[in-house]
Design a protein around this ligand. Structure first.
Ligand code: 9D3
Length: 236
């Protein structure tokens, strides 16, 4: 599941150019039985299987041997704290990271207690394992590492905009599916374009993700633009 990471996009290029290294470790290789068993039935009964302590504890020890000291062990779990952009920035500043993905009903709690520095979730939905969550975290984190993003994106511009949804984007042709590009974007008035984009970002955030506006410091101009957006919303 991790091989495609090296194949595509800016993170793939970074891995291929040795700016980043991703080393999958298979816990089954650390099982002590010939079948490579890493799970067992839950004490107390109930459905499904539980990840056993020992194979994963050994696998994590092996993984820690492949990253610099000071690299935390992060368990992917629906019970974890929500992974967000601030977490990605913090991870990007670390020397390395050991991400631990589970399957089945979850980890034996004693494995988490003895081996996990943190537990993170990537959202309130049910996946069948932690691998895709680990991929999401690797992508979000590695693109913030020095030299990974090209000039086509700027992390600085991104950090300026954090806390708000993006404004709408348009490219050629001037009319698509009967819909024209908003006129302000065609007129070359850069101050008017900046104001329009900021207004759209604020307006869309208030419509789609009002929770984000609570955590964002709005300037006087922002409040004016948001009022304008809401006024325009009521007539169109
Ligand atoms: C159907 C089983 N669920 C019973 C309420 C518990 C459950 C166990 C294991 C739900 C999901 C999983 C597997 N998920 C992950 O390992 C996981 C995950 C996720 O499912 N959603 C969001 N973030 C993450 S991080 C790891």
């Amino acid at each position: 599941m991790f091989a495609p990471l090296a194949q595509f996009g800016v993170v793939g290029r970074a891995i291929r150019r040795n700016l980043a290294r991703v080393t999958p470790v298979d816990p089954r290789a650390f099982a002590t039985d010939p079948h490579g068993t890493v799970d067992d039935r839950p004490y107390g009964g109930g459905p499904g299987m539980v990840i056993r302590v020992e194979p994963f504890a050994t696998a994590i020890k092996a993984a820690r041997g492949q990253v610099p000291s000071g690299s935390p062990v992060v368990f992917l779990s629906p019970q974890g704290k929500a992974f967000d952009q601030a977490t990605a920035q913090r991870y990007a500043g670390l020397p390395g990271l050991v991400l631990v993905a589970g399957r089945y009903e979850g980890f034996d709690e004693r494995l988490i207690e003895s081996a996990a520095d943190e537990e993170v979730s990537v959202g309130d939905f049910v996946m069948s394992g932690g691998e895709i969550a680990a991929l999401a975290i690797m992508d979000a984190t590695l693109r913030l590492r020095p030299g990974v993003l090209g000039d086509e994106h700027s992390v600085e511009e991104e950090s300026f905009a954090t806390g708000l949804l993006d404004y709408p984007h348009y490219t050629r042709p001037e009319v698509a599916h009967g819909r024209p590009v908003p006129r302000v974007l065609m007129e070359g008035n850069h101050e008017a374009i900046r104001r329009w984009r900021r207004k759209q970002a604020l307006g869309r955030t208030s419509l789609r993700r009002p929770d984000l506006l609570g955590n964002t410091e709005l300037s006087d101009e922002d409040r004016r633009l948001l009022d304008e957006f809401r006024a325009e919303q009521r007539v169109t």
